[in-house]
Design a protein around this ligand. Structure first.
Ligand code: FAD
Ligand code: UDP
Length: 372
């Protein structure tokens, strides 16, 4: 029997698409080359803890329609992301707010903080002489000044992107909030949280009643004959791979994780601790249980799982995580997008299929707004 859609990839794009298509009475087959469903939000249970195997995922959105939709599949908890930065053993709250300014300079009021920030950024503002900041270093120095740049931004950013702050675009840092209130909530969005019971519940809910196959690579099993089994293809793999890299290979940045079990119920007291000095090789340490366990529940689970994150240059065979934002890759991605538009009966979607960095909520929003 023929399917309406063959969906390549069971991440949030593919799974949400399949859910909507099923509601519209369509028949779908979802395949994934990984041994499990869920794409990058998949969690592995270790010692009773949901471990975010492909990187820590915190759901946040301002879009009520998206929030209501995901909560109709599984209820979300009250997790609020409040990362802490460790610079040479001293701790600072993030994002940059009155707590950070107090820890950095001892200032206690917004007026004192403003005066200190003005003093800190005066030199960089004068150097610009009226022009716009042209790179991340200039942007950061004119936003928060030299102490915060040196201690909380420079090392972390250079580790994360593998390039000097003077070679990185200014916009990367613009998304970090600077607040003159005591508020450690990393996101400005109205809604945030983690699915109760973990992300696999969200994926299982979306894919309930839908045919799925894991450990199946589209290119090995379906590329040449998919039209025999489906009317349309939804493709969420890498766009350059679909076209056999014929215009060249897109670059990615990836992350590798060193995950271990610690024999203590509470290792670092927070889900996310960033290590902002250059000398510590990892960018941050994730303690997964704090995404879903609060209060006494932390201690009712005797062990804990922590992951160090190392930002790495992508090589063949690694997981492609972040699109690289430079002229060469943007132009190549655009050329592939033009090829994709001409491909008959194929919908390219998601992070890999469009070579765009999307948070989870925008991916879901795009699918919710599609005509299926
Ligand atoms: P994916 O989840 O990557 O799914 C694509 C699927 O396609 C994969 O399962 C893959 O195996 C499969 N596939 C690829 N090629 C083939 C093939 N040839 N055959 C069969 N299957 C194939 N967003 C947030 O909102 N908050 C966060 O905190 C956050 N943290 C992140 C941290 C990291 C390290 C990364 C990389 C991303 C993060 N994101 C976060 C973004 C989030 O992961 C994406 O928005 C989401 O995963 C997009 O879903 P997707 O379906 O497009 O892609
Ligand atoms: N950043 C930083 N210090 C930190 C956290 C973030 O300098 O402790 C910078 C870094 O350049 C990063 C950018 O802020 O790329 C955006 O951070 P965010 O956490 O939003 O990025 P993500 O890890 O989600 O891509």
């Amino acid at each position: 029997m023929k399917y309406d859609y063959l969906i390549v990839g069971s991440g949030l794009f593919g799974a949400t698409f399949a859910y909507k298509a099923k509601k519209a009475g369509k028949r779908c087959l979802v395949i994934d080359k990984r041994p499990q469903l869920g794409g990058n939000v998949y969690c592995e249970n270790i010692e009773g803890i949901n471990v975010h195997k492909y990187g820590a995922h915190i759901f946040h959105t301002n879009n009520k329609k998206v929030w209501d939709f995901v909560n109709s599949i599984v209820e979300f908890n009250r997790y609020t992301n409040c990362p802490v930065a460790n610079y040479k053993g001293k701790l600072y709250n993030l994002p940059f707010n009155m707590n950070t300014f107090y820890q950095m300079w001892g200032v206690k009021t917004p007026a004192e903080a403003v005066a200190k920030i003005e003093e800190q950024k005066a030199e960089a503002v004068a150097a610009l002489n009226g022009r716009e900041p042209q790179n991340l270093e200039e942007q950061a120095l004119t936003l928060v000044g030299k102490d915060i740049f040196e201690k909380l931004i420079k090392g972390y950013t250079e580790k994360q992107w593998g390039r000097s702050c003077t070679e990185l675009p200014a916009f990367i840092i613009k998304r970090l909030p600077v607040r003159l209130i005591f508020d450690n909530n990393y996101f400005n969005d109205k809604y945030q949280g983690i699915p109760e019971g973990g992300y696999n519940k969200l994926i299982d809910g979306l894919l309930e009643g839908i045919e799925t196959k894991t450990s199946v690579d589209f290119f090995k099993e379906y590329k040449d004959n998919w039209r025999e089994i489906a009317d349309k293809l939804v493709y969420t793999g890498a766009v350059d791979e679909y076209f056999d890299f014929k215009l060249g290979k897109l670059d990615w940045r990836t992350v590798s994780f060193q995950t271990r079990v610690e024999d203590t119920p509470n290792f670092q007291g927070n889900a996310v601790v960033n290590y902002t000095e250059r000398e510590v090789p990892y960018t941050r340490v994730i303690e997964h249980k704090h995404f879903e366990m609060f209060g006494q529940a932390v201690y009712d689970c005797p062990k804990t799982v922590v992951s160090e994150e190392y930002s790495t240059e992508y090589k063949d065979g690694m997981e492609p995580y972040y699109p690289v934002n430079n002229d060469k890759n943007n132009a190549l991605a655009e050329a592939y997008r033009q090829l994709a538009e001409k491909e008959k009966d194929v919908i390219f979607g998601g992070r890999l299929g469009t070579y765009k960095y999307y948070d989870m909520a925008p991916v879901i929003e795009i699918v919710l707004n599609m005509d299926i």
